[in-house]
Design a protein around this ligand. Sequence first.
Ligand code: AMP
Ligand code: ZN
Length: 479
Amino acid sequence: MHEILLHNTLSNQLEPLEPLHPGEIRMYTCGPTVYDFAHIGNFRTFVFQDILRRFLRLRGYKMNHVMNLTDVDDRIIQNAAAEKVNIRDYTEKYVQAFLKDMNALSLEMPEKMVRATDHIDDMVSLIERLQQKTYTYSSEGSIYYRIAKFPSYGKLSHIDMAGIQAGARVDVDRYEKADARDFALWKAPKPGEQFWETAIGAGRPGWHIECSAMSMKYLGDTLDIHTGGVDLAFPHHENEIAQSEAATGKQFVKIWLHAEHLMVEGEKMSKSLGNFYTLRDLFAKGYKPSTIRFLLLSVPYRRQLNFTMDGLQQAASSVERLRNFVSRIETGSFPAGGGTVADARVDNAYDAFDQALSDDLNTAQALAAVFDLVRDINTAIDRGEFRQSNVPVVLTAVRRFDQVLAVLDDNDDEKLAALGYGQKQAGPAETEVEALVSQRQQARRARNFKRADEIREQLAANGIILEDLKDGGVRWKRK
Ligand code: AMP
Ligand code: ZN
């Protein structure tokens, strides 16, 4: 086995993984902000984290991995206030959708999933500790972090602090490096927005304090690994360091890992640019969960991944190839006896796979190791060199690789059905829709437009859209 090296954003270097508690990895992942469905850019980062934890588990580590659900931040507060519902009601549907999406993508459940709104007390205590150490000041009911008092501010994102004005403040949770300023730990209530009554006053937490409080509560003052997408390094993770290290006086995180973005035509996939696909968009187009997982893991996490439909097609055929290979080995009949050629190939593949992932999670290289094995064994079979006794050796190897890749099980249809796609559609059955469509046609022919409209509305409420054709016919589809 190879030494595991990871690229630490803090040092900008590859570093060996040396857990603080032998045999155990304490890792924190910034989870989704549950103000909407996650898009596949978000899932690129979550798949990277899943590959990491699966690989570490394969290497025998016990994971102690915490992921949060950011269920209070600027966007959530605003959206919930606009819909006049409380935060919990507003976010619940997106939390449930996220959990289902995780399952569809075969993302392992972290040891703990925690919600920010269940940890307001912990955030308040942490802010009180910072107050005692005079890292804070108040202004108009909000509490700010004084970054001038934390000299190593900027060490993660390597920003130049020279031009930073002491006392200048920023109130929004997400901002650019050029806006590096004192940030809000606690925000005063605004009219119409939800707030909490606490020992430090009425209001709500800033986004950054959430992750400092929750990570340290469950994982201790110093974490082995903290992960997120590159856009979180500044200001979010920089501010987490400032908060946590000021409070404890200890190093907060040993290794920071950041996944590069999923791009669409040269731009980051994001809600604000409108160039995004959710998983559900792609399922509706007929793509399988395993295809999307494969595509997202196929490019090493520190390289940008350019998303294209072509890429999806290639991913689909790669998964197909792997599944066909396994079925060929499982169902084929091969000459009895042994043969060391295939065994040697398997040993090489184990080594190459481990070497690739140990090298800062080089998934492209790891896949090359797997597909080299597939090609070599296929050739051996074609030449009649593959023997019965090689079967379990090869199958064990491929299954072991799949403990990390997780694309082999042919359960896409079940997963899609669970989400209401595929054969078992959500909503009314086809015969039911057809019956209503023909009733509506009859009503129209009888010039009973009121009834026809009622049926159209009834179908729409069940996710069925009708299209009236020029020839008087009608076409329908599910939303
Ligand atoms: P958010 O829900 O905005 O807090 O983001 C959840 C995770 O997705 C964070 O780790 C982000 O850094 C990450 N993320 C957002 N956009 C992308 C993208 N286009 N590619 C990869 N990761 C992303
Ligand atoms: Zn976070």
